[in-house]
Unconditional design. Structure first.
Length: 402
């Protein structure tokens, strides 16, 4: 089977989509499939293309045994709505222009958001005479509207029209959560096409043994610091912990639209360390050197159906999780026994949960062990790749490809 991934995000960039797509591409290639990735030059999140990459119509490389094709983009940092839309639209256009030069495919898997890429994937797949599968990791434009990033009514109407057209054109629509699945099944454009595949984790990369070095109680947040996460709540909790539990230390690893403000605020907090962006392959070591992991989402209805990848990785690492979110993520964590759930955007509740874990190390270790057991039963990377492989084979066969 010949599979092409069309994605705006890919390593060496760091982030959940990059890690997930590259793991899936490698996994399918290891099973004997012909896999390639079509993506822009790396530039997320700072908008700068690193040395060694060229912003051309088409360049080729091999990464981890997978052929990678890169097409030009108008690179923009991950802040400023209009500039990011131009970034997304430009790669959509250059990808379609280069589609005929990137080889044959039976199935094109397009990542959305960004929505422009889902729209561009329609002519892209047609040029290859391939089936189109959309992987919907976030309900966009709904999330952008709820977060206040998209407000202009004509732009909202156009985004919804693009969304409906993309779903109508897809042979299958994949999503990671029950909430997104229910939303998509309720739409006439995608009803009957939806398949939920929970994101997998490379369990072998994570060491679940408890942290061994001495020191205060350490909590880590590792992930995007953007509008959706509300990491400022963690800094508010840090200010409360500085008085109530001075031995607690918080580390924040990641980058995003809120990073400059978070850095400014962290300067006045002696118990917060901003680590900046770190490569994804360093995340397991970061989690091994902590006592608990914080995972946050904003208090918005759209996030009721969200399950952050960082939550799954924390469970795989055998670390108790303090989850400041509701909905499906809270249900999953409670079911795993792997941590504590507090209401989103409530720094007092977040600080209280950290204090509870710090005062009960045996209880924290038991939660971590329960989370690891859940990950071993439900989150293995082989299960994830196998589910995708079966779906893509079915789609390719249905379309008469193979």
């Amino acid at each position: 089977m010949r599979v092409t991934f069309l994605t705006h995000y890919y390593p060496p960039e760091v982030g959940a989509p990059q890690a997930r797509i590259s793991a899936l591409a490698r996994g399918l290639a290891s099973r004997g499939h012909e896999v390639q990735v079509h993506t822009p030059p790396p530039h997320y999140p700072d908008g700068r293309i690193p040395h060694g990459y060229r912003n051309r119509l088409l360049t080729k490389e091999t990464r981890d045994g997978v052929g990678v094709r890169r097409s030009a983009v108008l690179p923009a940092p991950n802040r400023g709505f209009a500039r990011r839309l131009a970034d997304h639209a430009s790669f959509g256009l250059t990808a379609v222009a280069a589609a005929g030069r990137t080889g044959a495919a039976d199935v094109v898997v397009a990542e959305t958001p960004p929505l422009f890429l889902a729209a561009a994937a329609i002519p892209y797949a047609r040029r290859k005479r391939a089936a189109l599968v959309l992987n919907v990791s976030d309900l966009w434009p709904r999330s952008a509207i709820e977060l206040g990033a998209l407000r202009f009514p004509p732009a909202i109407a156009a985004a919804h029209a693009l969304e409906r057209r993309a779903y109508r054109s897809a042979a299958a629509v994949v999503c990671p959560t029950q909430g997104i699945e229910a939303d998509l099944e309720a739409r006439p454009e995608s009803a009957g096409k939806v398949r939920r595949i929970l994101t997998g984790v490379d369990l072998d990369a994570f060491d679940p043994a408890p942290r061994t070095d001495s020191g205060g109680f350490r909590v880590v947040y590792a992930g995007t610091t953007g509008m959706a996460q509300g990491v400022g709540t963690l800094l508010d909790a840090a200010a409360l912990l500085a008085r109530a539990h001075p031995d607690a230390e918080l580390r924040i690893a990641g980058d995003g639209a809120d990073t400059p403000e978070l850095q400014r605020r962290a300067q006045s907090l002696g118990n917060v360390t901003m680590l900046g962006r770190i490569p994804h392959d360093e995340v397991p070591a970061l989690l091994a050197d902590t006592d608990a992991v914080a995972v946050l989402l904003r208090d918005k209805p759209v996030f009721e159906g969200a399950v952050p990848t960082k939550l799954l990785e924390a469970l795989a690492a055998g670390r108790p999780v303090v989850l400041a979110a509701g909905g499906e993520a809270a249900t999953l964590l409670r079911g795993s026994g792997g941590g504590l759930v507090v209401p989103p955007e409530r720094p007092d509740a977040l600080a209280e949960a950290v204090t509870r874990l710090a005062g009960d190390p045996d209880g924290g270790r038991a939660m971590g062990a329960a989370g690891r057991a859940f990950a071993e039963a439900e989150l293995g990377i082989d299960r994830f790749v196998g589910d995708w492989e079966r779906l893509l084979a079915t789609v390719a066969t249905t379309r008469g490809a193979g």
